[in-house]
Design a protein around this ligand. Structure first.
Ligand code: 6GU
Length: 245
């Protein structure tokens, strides 16, 4: 998978050299390129922002550096049938979730355009639609100072779904949100710690009972912490034992 990130703070993305995503890059599974928007500013001060038309607080990112940066990305894209997906991190976007992560993991080429200040001149997004599928995406209902931290989260969530990035693909199966429920609690040795015992059923080796215990914990946890997820469940994914929980 190819990923380009355009930002005025390339150093923010240094974390993508680490851990699983860093290894995937070194292994050639992820071709991740971080680009400095300022390299596409043409004046002496490398200006990328200006005051908003119509007035108001803050600054807006100028269209010209974005036009040049995105043209450079387009020019370096592999010739392919499908346009790259241009993701614009913004609290005004559609909310990112595991289903969107799965969808993005299927794409050949993702481009992230990190806005700062009050955002990017709207015409950039309209213009870019000729060469990209453009999608504003939000992490949730709160405000960050810019898209960089959101890109770290999205690249990690998407990258780990790319085949080969996570060594044991079974770890992707039983995790939070894979079945619309939160994950069950986990325990390791010692069996007794600070007077607290690991649930008896997990010590017994009865796989059926362990599976039932874990499923019950998933359902109880999700109902307690995220009742919105229970309401969104597809009833056909519930089994007859779930009704007793
Ligand atoms: Cl994707 N960007 C910014 N700037 N703020 C956010 C966000 C994204 N998601 C939540 N808040």
């Amino acid at each position: 998978m190819r990923i380009d990130v355009v930002t005025i703070f390339p150093e923010y993305l240094a974390a993508l050299d680490l851990s699983l995503i860093g290894k995937a890059r070194r292994d050639g599974l992820l071709d991740l390129r971080v680009r400095d928007l300022r390299e596409h500013a043409t004046d002496r001060h490398r200006t990328v922002d200006d005051t908003p038309y119509g007035g108001g607080a803050g600054m807006v990112m100028k269209p010209e550096p974005w036009g040049a940066a995105l043209s450079a990305v387009s020019a370096s894209a592999a010739p392919s049938g499908r346009r790259p997906l241009l993701i614009v991190p913004s609290p005004a976007g559609a909310v990112f979730d595991q289903a969107m992560a799965r969808e993005l993991a299927e794409r050949e080429h993702l481009v992230f355009a990190c806005g700062r200040y009050e955002g990017i001149d709207e015409r950039v997004l309209e213009w870019a639609a000729e060469d990209f599928e453009v999608r504003p995406v939000s992490l949730g209902d709160y405000v960050l100072n810019g898209g960089e931290v959101a890109v770290l989260a999205m690249v990690e969530a998407v990258g780990r779904l790319v085949p080969g990035v996570v060594g044991n693909p079974e770890s992707l199966v039983e995790e939070s949100h894979s079945d619309g429920l939160l994950e069950y609690p986990v325990y390791t040795k010692p069996a007794s710690w600070q007077g607290r015992e690991v649930p008896e059923v997990l010590l017994g080796g009865n796989h059926g009972k362990v599976a039932r215990f874990r499923r019950n914990e998933q359902l109880r946890r999700t109902a307690a912490r995220r009742p919105d997820l229970i309401l969104a469940l597809d009833p056909s994914t519930l089994n007859r034992h779930d009704r007793d929980t």
